[in-house]
Design a binder for this molecule. Structure first.
Ligand SMILES: NC(=O)c1ccc[n+]([C@@H]2O[C@H](COP(=O)([O-])OP(=O)(O)OC[C@H]3O[C@@H](n4cnc5c(N)ncnc54)[C@H](OP(=O)(O)O)[C@@H]3O)[C@@H](O)[C@H]2O)c1
Length: 357
């Protein structure tokens, strides 16, 4: 155990520091964008969210609803267990079938286990290991034994006998190359503790993980303010038939802040949006909650990137999942708008606009 982050911001700073060497040498690919995006929702916006398209999750046996649930917010925002129970049960009733969390998201795993452990057969359960959370003490452990112990703790906290997918939680390229953490995860799979294994991370480290051929899935940042992976990683992940999970898929809704957000975790995307100046994400357009407003535009953009299987939007609000599912029923963005977002990114992105952990 080496470092002990106590907040989401610290966790990210530590992860970023570990990956800095890899990121600093990274360059963005600048080829043409692909638009081979199938429709992902019903034609009618009046249908219930349960009508959301389900996608095959890579080479696995899972069919995932295109809108999932990201469990970091409920952990780091310390959402009370009753609200988590209301949120998750309502979402499951409305068609949610992917719940993603991590051992280090404070009490997120415990809250999820308590809220919906009894409905375990109704959802695919994804978690992450390596950034540990033992008796309230947090740190990193990428040894084979450390990874296995992390998986064991997750099984208990999530109240389940088997997890569908355990992902290495953004370890550095050095740790991936050392290989012990991958061996630990492979052993957990062999022992039947997790059905599939994945890597969660970004930029050139994510590319290495995909190229290694050792993982069933990749979780990576994909959104209107974080597009590096669209050419750097997604085509290869698609070619290798990996399940792809879009994290931070709504760009932390960073347009909602009038000024630089106090929440440092949302600051990078807010800064990027100031430069990108998308017409639909500035001024009064930010208040549009419809299918052409910023939230829907951001999610629809992410969902139409080739290879993406599921968007795990984070929220602490019980009504949010259903609202977002309804917005996504509008389907892919018009081609012109999609292409304009890609073109603006290519024109404005700075060399350090790499995938954000
Ligand atoms: N290294 C890693 O592996 C890693 C890193 C980051 C994230 N993740 C995973 O990815 C998940 C998602 O990432 P994230 O939560 O950081 O980012 P995100 O999903 O892009 O953004 C979540 C934020 O968007 C807001 N939001 C959602 N829908 C909205 C809407 N329709 N209108 C306005 N605001 C809306 C939520 O606020 P409300 O509470 O108001 O809904 C929340 O503050 C995490 O929960 C986690 O599972 C993994």
């Amino acid at each position: 155990m080496s470092v002990r982050p106590t907040s989401r911001r610290e966790f990210l700073q530590l992860s970023a520091a570990a990956s800095l060497a890899a990121w600093s040498t990274n360059g963005r690919a600048r080829g043409a964008s692909s638009l081979a995006a199938p429709p992902f929702a019903s034609a009618s916006a009046s249908l219930a969210p349960a009508a959301l398209e389900r996608r095959k999750f890579g080479k696995t046996d899972m069919q995932v609803a295109v809108l999932g649930f990201g469990g970091a917010e409920i952990g780091f925002e310390k959402t009370d267990p009753a609200t988590v129970a209301k949120l998750l049960n309502a979402a499951l009733d409305a068609g949610l079938n992917v719940v993603d969390t991590a051992e280090c998201y404070l009490d997120s795993e415990v809250a999820i286990g308590a809220a919906i452990g009894a409905r375990r057969k109704e959802y695919h359960l994804f978690t992450k290991c390596g950034h540990t959370n033992v008796d309230g003490k947090r740190g990193e452990d990428w040894t084979k034994e450390g990874v296995l112990a992390s998986v064991e703790r997750s099984l208990k906290r999530l109240k389940t006998d088997v997890i569908d997918l355990v992902q290495l939680h953004s370890c550095s390229l050095d740790e991936l190359k050392k290989g012990a953490c991958i061996e630990g995860l492979e052993l957990a799979k062999k022992q039947g503790k997790t059905r599939y294994i994945g890597y969660s991370g970004d930029s050139t480290t994510a590319k290495w993980a995909v190229e290694s051929g050792r993982f069933d899935s990749l979780q990576t940042s994909i959104n209107v303010a974080d597009q590096e992976c669209i050419e750097l990683v997604l085509p290869l992940a698609k070619e290798k038939q990996m399940g792809v999970i879009a994290k931070r898929p709504i760009a932390n809704a960073a347009w909602r802040y009038d000024a630089k957000p106090e929440n440092g975790y949302h600051e990078t995307y807010w800064q990027r949006l100031q430069t990108l100046e998308y017409a639909w994400a500035k001024g009064d357009a930010r208040k549009n909650e419809g299918v052409d407003g910023p939230a829907a535009t951001a999610m629809r953009f992410t969902a139409m990137q080739p290879g993406v299987c599921v968007l795990i939007v984070g929220t602490t609000k019980p009504e949010r999942w259903k609202q977002n599912a309804a917005l996504m029923e509008a389907g892919p963005l018009p081609k012109e708008l999609h292409d304009a977002i890609r073109a603006r990114w290519k024109a404005a992105a700075k060399p350090d606009w790499t995938g954000q952990t």
